[in-house]
Design a protein around this ligand. Structure first.
Ligand SMILES: Cc1ncc(COP(=O)(O)O)c(C=O)c1O
Length: 384
């Protein structure tokens, strides 16, 4: 089956007891066993170790990414936490993209570093930088592409080749494009990370995360940490995410179509100095975007003339767009990365990664494109 059919049907079958077309929310702690000898015969023992509603979502996301299996988590950060815990030990080193969600940077530098793990944040848009950063104790490569918030791209195939040659896994945070537009495992990656909070849910209703593994052994390693540390997704979150994911392709198509219109509008507006969107021919890595993904996504950034002061004035006055963290939902959002999503990244590191204080990030939703453009035009025209 093709993607749009699988996003509705993968992982779910009518409820065996009632025929309910939707997988029920299995709101339970424990599962009664028929006998001691038949322990786990039905596949479940305790909801930290497995829950049928969560399992349905895991099977769906594994199917959509083309992996051996998937584990779901309380949040996207819990998913990343699990990857780091499962594949790194004290004294190990990991290489990560320098343009990466601020929470990932914080988790590495402020928590895992305390346990003796070393990290290098490098410009992974040049695969040679990754190769040069490898050390004898490097055990993991994590890239985020497009990277949050500048949308810098990493050549997934090139970095996966380097990881394979080094005998270590390459994990890709695919939150921004989803498997509808980009499937890292097909390009050679080993693990795919998602904040399901974003496009998989799509309705600003839940926080959740997922990791898809290429092999059953990698999935086992993740599942062990997931259960042992208790960083699981709840059945209500899984149920809502199962419903949201049924429209993933339709939302992604429409939101990215609107994003291209908005990026083009911004490029033409005299108050705008720079625009970043992989779908624009002017985007430095436009060719790579075309070659490794089938769509450009719905994230756009820009900088206005007048720098930080004007950027903040614009974000404060913008109608229709909500000033909020997060991304990927039907509601359009505007975010100031320097003071919101990336505030825990030191100013010098932000500057090195090109995350300027004047950068305005847009998450384009499902409202009428003309209304979104009108609102931006009003706010831009009002800047002095
Ligand atoms: C690319 C990316 N990965 C991971 C996360 C973390 O996800 P969560 O907020 O669900 O913990 C975010 C959050 O914004 C993100 O943008």
């Amino acid at each position: 089956m093709r993607f749009s059919s699988r996003q509705i049907h993968a992982g779910v079958t009518p409820d065996p007891v009632t025929g309910s077309i939707l997988t029920p929310i299995y709101q339970t702690t424990a599962y009664v066993q028929d006998s001691v000898d038949e322990y786990m015969a039905k596949g479940y023992s305790y909801s930290r170790s497995g829950n049928p509603t969560v399992r349905a979502l895991e099977l769906r996301i594994a199917d959509l990414e083309g992996g051996a299996d998937c584990t779901c988590y309380a949040t996207g950060m819990a998913a990343i936490n699990c990857v780091l815990t499962a594949f790194l030990n004290a004294g190990d080193h990991a290489v990560l993209s320098d343009v990466i969600y601020g929470g990932t940077y914080r988790l590495c530098n402020q928590i895992f570093a305390r346990f003796g793990v070393e990290f290098s944040f490098v410009d992974t848009s040049d695969a040679d930088n990754v190769r040069r950063s490898l050390r004898p104790n490097t055990k993991l490569i994590v890239t985020e592409t497009p990277g949050n918030p500048t949308l810098k791209l990493t050549d997934i195939r090139a970095v996966s080749d380097i990881a394979r040659a080094a005998g270590i896994p390459h994990a890709v945070d695919n939150t921004f494009l989803t498997p509808y537009f980009q499937r890292p495992l097909e390009l050679g990656a080993d693990l795919v990370i998602h904040s399901t909070t974003k496009y998989f849910d799509g309705h600003n209703a839940t926080v959740g995360g997922a990791v898809v593994a290429r092999t059953a052994e990698q999935d086992e390693a993740l599942r062990f940490v997931q259960n042992a540390s208790g960083i699981i997704m709840s059945p209500q979150v899984a149920w809502l995410t199962l419903q949201g994911s049924k429209t993933l392709s339709v939302r992604m198509d429409r939101q990215s179509e609107t994003a291209l219109r908005i990026a083009t509008f911004l490029t033409d507006h005299p108050a705008v100095e720079r625009v970043g969107y992989p779908g624009l021919k002017s985007f430095p890595q436009h060719e790579l975007a075309v070659s490794q993904a089938s769509g450009f996504g719905a994230m756009v950034w820009f900088e206005v003339a007048g720098g930080v002061r004007s950027g903040k004035a614009l974000m404060d006055s913008l109608e229709l767009w909500s000033l909020a963290e997060s991304l990927g939902s039907v509601e359009s959002l505007v975010t100031h990365p320097a003071s919101m999503t990336h505030s825990d990244v030191e100013p010098e590191q932000r500057a090195r990664a090109g995350i300027t204080d004047g950068l305005v990030r847009l998450s384009v939703g499902l409202e009428d494109a003309d209304d979104l453009i009108d609102a931006l035009r009003d706010a831009l025209d009002a800047l002095d």
